[in-house]
Design a protein around this ligand. Structure first.
Ligand SMILES: Nc1nc2c(ncn2[C@@H]2O[C@H](COP(=O)(O)OP(=O)(O)OP(=O)(O)O)[C@@H](O)[C@H]2O)c(=O)[nH]1
Ligand SMILES: [Mg+2]
Length: 194
């Protein structure tokens, strides 16, 4: 379980043809634009400058691959749900994601980053259904939990868990700022990657 991670950036892919060879195992991070995917990757790998963090939604338009051990990868997928993205870009995103989720043999689990102040949206649910249909694991991290008080934290946790009832989806509160849920997320990911 306690795989040692030696994290390094591998490559950015703008198209299906540019993906890293489909060997070994990888865990993908997905979520709405600005949900905190890159920040979560940095927190979980304890590498502050690894994945780029931005205040401008929709910045990560590429699929970014990071290696944590030989043949073991983390994948930062481009965010969705940003209203100002042109239709053509949105269609390209959908095509790329469909290709990735339908064919990626090395994908063992999805970490879905959901802003704890918004909760699960329709597109988040669609992502979960995509991976569950293929028998992969799923972990929902309710991000930016530091922005909520205790009461609101437990409410969103309860609601999200109840929305995922009957599925193997694991739901946790997460805050990169307060270092909440980081070890738990890593443990789930290590289980998938082992
Ligand atoms: N308070 C707080 N802010 C956070 C947390 N995680 C991320 N943020 C902020 O949310 C914003 C977006 O974070 P990113 O990690 O860039 O989000 P992303 O999902 O990778 O965004 P895109 O790649 O653009 O889709 C940044 O301003 C982060 O500093 C957190 O745990 N707490
Ligand atoms: Mg990002």
């Amino acid at each position: 379980m306690s795989t040692h991670w030696n994290v390094k950036f591998l490559t950015s892919a703008a198209s299906a043809g540019a993906l890293v060879a489909d060997h070994g195992r990888e865990v993908a991070f997905a979520g709405r634009s600005n949900a905190g995917k890159s920040t979560a990757i940095n927190a979980i790998t304890a590498r502050s400058g690894l994945a780029r963090v931005s205040r401008t939604p929709g910045r990560t338009q590429l699929i970014n691959f990071f290696e944590v051990a030989p043949e073991r990868r983390l994948v930062d997928l481009p965010g969705y749900g940003y209203a100002k993205v042109p239709e053509a870009v949105r269609e390209r995103w959908l095509e790329l994601m469909r290709h990735y989720f339908d064919r990626r043999e090395s994908l063992v689990g999805l970490v879905l980053i959901v802003d704890s102040r918004r909760g699960l949206g329709a597109q988040d649910v669609a992502m979960l259904e995509w991976v569950l249909a293929r028998g992969r694991g799923a972990l929902v991290l309710l991000s930016k939990a530091d922005k909520l008080n205790r009461r609101d934290q437990s409410q969103v946790l309860r609601e999200t868990r109840s929305a995922c009832e009957g599925t193997p989806v694991v739901v946790q509160l997460f805050s990169a700022h307060d270092k909440l849920g980081i070890d738990e997320a890593r443990a789930v990911m290590n289980g998938w990657l082992a």
